[in-house]
Design a protein around this ligand. Structure first.
Ligand code: SAH
Ligand code: SF4
Length: 384
C-alpha cells in the first residue's frame, strides 16, 4: 500500500552510503556531491527542484529514492518564544524537539531515543519505557524540520543562523545510540551541507563512561555530563547508571575527554533538588571534584512533573550554592527554565505527548460514558 516506503530515503545516509546508493543505480560519483548539496544545503525534498540535474535523471532518481523528513504533528510556541515540535516518525512513534531562542541565534534540543532505558529518578523521560533508538534519518530529520519552521534554507553562509547550536539533550541517552547519533552529527557537520561546526554542538550524557573517549575523538563535540550528585551513595539513586560507572571513573573520563581544555570546557549539569543535593557541603564537594578538570557548571532548577518525588531548591539555597562555586573561581549560571508553559523545559519532555495521548484517550473514554454518568476522578494534572 505504502509505495513511498519502498523507496530508499536519502536523508540520514552517510556520505559513503549515499555514494554507494548512487553507484548502485549506475550514476557517476560526482552525483553524490550534487545530491548532498541539494538535500542539506538547499533543503530540497523534491527531485524536480534539483535543477542542476538533467530532467531524465531527476525522474529516474524520483522513482528509486525519496527525501523524506519526519512529520510535525504539532508545533507550539511558548510565550518566551521557545518552540516545540511533536514529531511523528513513520512507525507512529513520537519524539519532541525544542528550540530555545536567544536574540539572534538559538539552540535546538534534539532527542536521540523514544523514551530512555535509564531511570534517573528526577527525569520524566526516565519514567517512559524505551520504545526504541531513533535512526540517523530521524535525528537529522528533527534538525531539518526545525529549519523548515524557521525558513533557514538554503544554509545561511554568512553565519547568521537562528538555529545556530545543537544540544543533544532531548529524550534518551545519546551514548546508548552512538552509531545513529554520530552518523547524524557527521551529516550535520559536513561542510558541504548544513555545515554546523562541532564547536556549536553539545552532547549530554548521564555518564556512559566507555563511550566518552570515542565520542570526543570521533566527533569532537562539546560534552555535558549529568552529574547531579557528589557522592556515589546519592548518585546511585538519582542517576542509577552510576552503579555501573561510579563517580571516580566518570571524573577520570572527563579529565581525559579529548579536546577539552580551558577554552573548551566540559559542562557539569547539576539539577537543584530541595534538601537532596543542594547543601553548602555539596557545593564545596563539587568544587573538589572539579579540581584539575576544564569544567564549567550548569545549575538547572528542577522542573516538576506530575507525581515527581522532588521539589526545586529554594532561591536562597541556589544563591548560596552559586556563591560557593563563584568563590571557587567558577562562573555558574543558573539555567533559566524556558518553555515551561508548553512543557518544553528539561526533563518535562515526556509530558506533552503523554498528556496528549491521555487527552485523546479520555476523550474516547468519555465518548463511551453515557450522559449524566459520573466522570472518572482526576488528579491535579487533569489525568484521569
Ligand atoms: N540522557 C542525557 C541527555 C538528556 S537529559 C542525560 O541525562 O544527560 C538533559 C538534561 O536535563 C540532563 O542533564 C538531565 O539530567 C536534565 N533533567 C532531566 N530531568 C530534569 C528535570 N525534571 N528538571 C531539570 N533537569 C532535568
Ligand atoms: Fe535518560 Fe537522561 Fe532522563 Fe536519565 S536524565 S532518564 S539518562 S533522559
Amino acid at each position: 500500500m505504502e509505495t513511498a516506503a519502498e523507496k530508499t530515503n536519502l536523508v540520514g545516509l552517510s556520505r559513503e552510503e549515499l555514494a554507494a546508493a548512487v553507484a548502485a543505480v549506475g550514476e557517476k560519483p560526482f552525483r553524490t556531491k550534487q545530491l548532498w548539496h541539494w538535500i542539506y544545503h538547499q533543503g530540497a525534498t523534491d527531485f524536480a527542484q534539483m535543477t542542476t540535474l538533467a530532467k531524465p535523471l531527476r525522474e529516474k532518481l524520483a522513482e528509486i529514492f525519496e527525501v523524506r523528513k519526519p512529520v510535525v504533528s504539532r508545533e507550539q510556541t511558548s510565550s518566551d518564544r521557545t518552540r516545540k515540535w511533536l514529531i511523528k516518525f513513520a512507525d507512529g512513534n513520537e519524539a519532541e524537539t525544542v528550540y530555545i531562542p536567544e536574540d539572534d541565534r538559538g539552540a535546538i534540543c534534539i532527542s536521540s531515543q523514544v523514551g530512555c532505558t535509564l531511570t534517573c529518578t528526577f527525569c520524566h523521560t526516565g519514567t517512559q519505557k524505551l520504545v526504541r533508538n531513533l535512526t540517523s534519518a530521524e535525528i537529522v530529520g528533527q534538525f531539518m524540520v526545525a529549519r523548515d519552521s524557521y525558513g533557514e534554507w538554503p544554509t545561511p553562509m554568512d553565519g547568521g543562523r537562528m538555529i545556530s547550536n545543537i544540544v543533544m539533550m532531548g529524550m534518551g541517552e545519546p551514548l546508548f545510540n552512538y552509531d545513529n547519533v554520530s552518523k547524524a552529527l557527521k551529516i550535520i557537520m559536513d561542510g558541504e551541507g548544513i555545515a554546523l561546526s562541532k564547536r556549536r554542538i553539545t552532547l549530554s550524557t548521564s555518564g556512559v563512561v566507555p563511550m566518552m573517549e570515542k565520542c570526543g575523538a570521533d566527533l569532537g563535540v562539546n560534552l555535558a555530563v549529568s552529574l547531579h550528585a557528589v557522592t556515589d551513595e546519592l548518585r546511585d539513586v538519582l542517576v542509577p547508571i552510576n552503579k555501573k560507572y561510579p563517580l571516580k571513573e566518570l571524573i577520570r573520563a572527563c579529565r581525559e575527554y579529548p579536546g577539552a581544555n580551558n577554552a573548551r570546557r566540559i559542562t557539569f549539569e547539576y539539577v537543584m533538588l530541595k534538601g537532596v543535593n543542594d547543601s553548602e557541603a555539596d557545593a564545596r564537594e563539587l568544587l573538589r571534584l572539579a579540581k584539575g578538570i576544564p569544567v564549567k557548571f550548569n545549575l538547572i532548577p528542577f522542573n516538576a512533573w506530575p507525581g515527581a518525588p522532588y521539589e526545586c531548591s529554594t532561591p536562597e539555597a541556589m544563591d548560596k550554592f552559586v556563591n560557593i562555586l563563584n568563590d571557587g573561581g567558577f562562573s555558574s549560571p543558573i539555567r533559566q527554565p524556558r518553555g515551561r508553559d508548553i512543557m518544553a523545559a528539561c526533563g518535562q519532555l515526556k509530558s506533552a505527548s503523554e498528556r496528549e495521548r491521555l487527552k485523546r484517550m479520555t476523550a474516547r473514554v468519555e465518548a463511551l460514558v453515557p450522559e449524566g454518568a459520573e466522570p472518572a476522578p482526576r488528579d491535579a494534572a487533569g489525568n484521569a
